[in-house]
Write a protein that binds this ligand. Structure first.
Ligand SMILES: NC(=O)c1ccc[n+]([C@@H]2O[C@H](COP(=O)([O-])OP(=O)(O)OC[C@H]3O[C@@H](n4cnc5c(N)ncnc54)[C@H](OP(=O)(O)O)[C@@H]3O)[C@@H](O)[C@H]2O)c1
Length: 254
């Protein structure tokens, strides 16, 4: 699949699934725009992308809860490359909280997992219409069911909202030739649960439980999820829009 001269923006490219997706797009000659907060990690991913096909990625440091940072992602991409072909809304955080904890966890998670996605899509749409490009949102199986052992009410709520953005924007932009799809992973080995507040020991325990209980007997790797993102962003998925793709080793069968 050839992404020669295609411009692909990936949020959350400094770690986990986003970093794996960035490397995969770069290996297929895409011009990748790497978005995240951790500059050292972004540089590391950029160096690896550069080694792949010799194409220097654009790195944009952005705190997605800040509107000016979100605007700057599009401004810098257009200033440097003049076009956008693919937007991968991958960045996300796992915010824990009970319904007894008040509104703060809700505001925090929606401010990172939903609001900037809505805003980025809005800002990118005129450019995606020009290129007949596409969007891949990274959601979760948490959109479909409570993740009780993680106390994930706020997170589950945010991912359910994200799936509806996928469907509604897909319906709105279909006649413009812009496709919008979602990849919904289950448990995947990344720093995600530690970012959500678990210690290393708690993460190791959780992984042991997941590997024992998941129907396929294993968790996904970032590269597994990146493969699906890449497929949906490619022309091979030209007849697919508004669809939600689960990749979870059978987690939602439980
Ligand atoms: N791992 C799983 O089990 C799993 C399961 C289902 C869905 N997902 C989803 O997969 C996506 C990627 O997660 P991951 O597993 O790869 O986790 P990860 O390794 O923790 O990566 C999360 C990424 O999001 C970025 N990010 C977080 N908050 C941000 C903010 N406020 N502003 C800018 N960037 C921010 C991080 O950037 P910095 O590190 O640079 O701050 C990082 O690059 C998320 O949407 C997550 O909900 C993960």
């Amino acid at each position: 699949m050839d992404f020669n001269n295609k411009v692909v923006i990936i949020t959350g490219a400094s770690s986990g699934i986003g970093a794996a997706a960035a490397l995969l797009f770069a290996s297929q000659s895409a011009k990748v725009v790497l978005v995240g907060r951790n500059e050292a990690a972004l540089k590391d991913v950029a160096d690896k992308c550069m080694k792949s096909k010799g194409i220097k990625p654009l790195v944009v440091k952005a705190e997605l809860s800040k509107d000016d940072d979100v605007k700057n992602i599009i401004t810098q991409t257009i200033n440097v490359y003049g076009r956008i072909d693919v937007l991968v809304n991958n960045a996300g955080v796992g915010v824990q909280g009970s319904i007894r904890d008040g509104i703060e966890p809700y505001d925090r998670v929606m401010g990172i997992n939903v609001r900037p996605v809505y805003y980025l899509i809005s800002l990118a749409t005129p450019y995606l219409v020009k290129t007949k490009g596409n969007i891949v949102n990274v959601s979760s199986v948490a959109a479909f069911k409570p993740i009780k052992d993680m106390n994930f009410l706020p997170y589950c709520t945010s991912k359910a909202a994200l799936d509806q953005i996928t469907r509604c924007v897909a319906a709105e932009l279909a006649r413009d030739g812009v496709r919008v799809n979602s990849v919904n992973p289950g448990a995947t080995k990344t720093p995600f649960v530690q970012a959500a507040g678990l210690t290393k020991e708690q993460m190791d325990d959780l992984y042991k439980v997941r590997e024992k209980t998941l129907p396929l007997g294993k968790m996904a790797e970032s590269e597994d999820v990146a493969d699906l993102i890449f497929y949906l962003a490619s022309d091979r998925a030209r007849s697919i829009t508004g669809s939600i793709f689960v990749i979870d080793n059978g987690e939602i069968l439980q």
